[in-house]
Design a protein around this ligand. Structure first.
Ligand code: 13P
Length: 256
C-alpha cells in the first residue's frame, strides 16, 4: 500500500452466494467487528438483485455496494441484462468487470471488458477491472505478458481523468477459490508490473494514483503480508468475504 498516493480498498465479491434476506443479519454481525477508524474503503459486491438490500444495510456500517457485472449496452432490448444507468440509479458505487469466472463461463473477452468499464465510467461507477493468468500461462512464463495485454485492452480509450476512477484487481486464476494464495512476492511482482504498464500509457502521476488490488484466496491470515507490499492497495475477496469475522479481520489488516 501507499496511502500517500492512493486509496486502500477492501472489496468482497460474494459471487452467487447468500440471499437478500441474509444481508441484514450479516451486516449486524459485521458492523461491530469493523475497526472504528476505517483504514480503507470497504465494498461488498453482490448480484444486482441484492444491491438495494446491500445499499440499505451498508449505509450505517459505511460499507459501499457494488455490482458484479454490467451490460455493455446503454439500454434497450437486451433481456436479462442490467445497465450501468440502472446500477447507478439504485446507488451502486462500484462494479466488478472481467472477473475470470465471467471470462471462463460467459466467454467475455478483453474488448467486452473494456466496453463494460467504459459504460460504468460514463455513469460514475468505479469499475473494478479483473485481470490474471492461468496456471498454464504462469508455468509457460507468460504471466506478465498476458496480464499487461489484459490491462492495456481493458483501459483502451479511457483517458487519464477517467483512469483515476478505475481500480485494477490482479487475480491469478489458479489462486481463486483454491486456497492457493500467490506469495506476497509473486503478487507484488505482478502488481508492480501492472503499474508499470499503466505508467507507460499515462505517465508517472496517474500510475501512482491507481489502486491495484490482489485477489485469490486472500484471508484473515495472509492479508497483512499481502497488503504490506508497496503495489498492493487492497484486496478483492471471495470466500472470506462471506464470513463477517474474516472479512472484518482483513479490513483491520489494512491498518498498517
Ligand atoms: P477467493 O477469495 O474465494 O479465492 O475468490 C477470489 C475472487 O475471485 C474474488 O473476486
Amino acid at each position: 500500500m501507499n496511502r500517500k498516493y492512493r486509496k486502500t480498498v477492501i472489496a468482497g465479491n460474494w459471487k452467487m452466494n447468500l440471499t437478500a434476506s441474509e444481508i441484514k443479519p450479516f451486516m449486524e454481525q459485521l458492523k461491530p467487528l469493523l475497526p472504528k477508524s476505517r483504514p480503507c474503503d470497504v465494498v461488498l459486491c453482490t448480484p444486482a438483485v441484492m444491491l438495494p438490500a446491500m445499499i440499505k444495510a451498508g449505509k450505517d456500517a459505511k460499507v459501499a455496494a457494488g455490482g458484479q457485472d454490467v451490460s455493455k449496452y446503454e439500454k434497450g432490448a437486451y433481456t436479462g441484462e442490467v445497465s450501468a444507468a440502472q446500477l447507478a440509479d439504485i446507488g451502486a458505487k462500484y462494479c466488478i468487470v472481467g472477473h475470470s469466472e465471467r471470462r471462463q463461463y460467459h466467454g467475455e473477452d478483453d474488448m467486452l471488458v473494456n466496453a463494460k468499464a467504459r459504460v460504468l465510467l460514463a455513469k460514475g461507477i468505479v469499475p473494478i477491472i479483473c485481470v490474471g493468468e492461468s496456471l498454464e500461462q504462469r508455468e509457460a512464463d507468460l504471466t506478465m505478458e498476458y496480464v499487461a495485454y489484459q490491462v492495456k485492452a481493458a483501459l483502451h480509450g479511457i483517458d487519464a481523468t477517467q483512469l483515476r476512477r478505475c481500480i485494477i484487481a490482479y487475480e491469478p486464476i489458479w489462486a481463486i477459490g483454491t486456497g492457493k494464495t500467490a506469495t506476497a512476492e509473486q503478487a507484488q511482482e505482478v502488481c508492480e508490473g501492472i503499474r508499470a504498464v499503466i505508467r507507460k500509457i499515462y505517465g508517472a502521476r496517474p500510475a501512482r494514483a491507481v489502486s491495484i488490488l490482489y485477489g485469490g484466496s486472500m484471508n484473515a491470515k495472509n492479508a497483512a503480508e499481502l497488503l504490506a507490499q508497496p503495489d498492493i492497495d487492497g484486496g478483492l475477496i471471495g470466500g472470506a468475504s462471506l464470513k463477517p469475522a474474516d472479512f472484518a479481520a482483513i479490513v483491520a489488516a489494512s491498518d498498517q
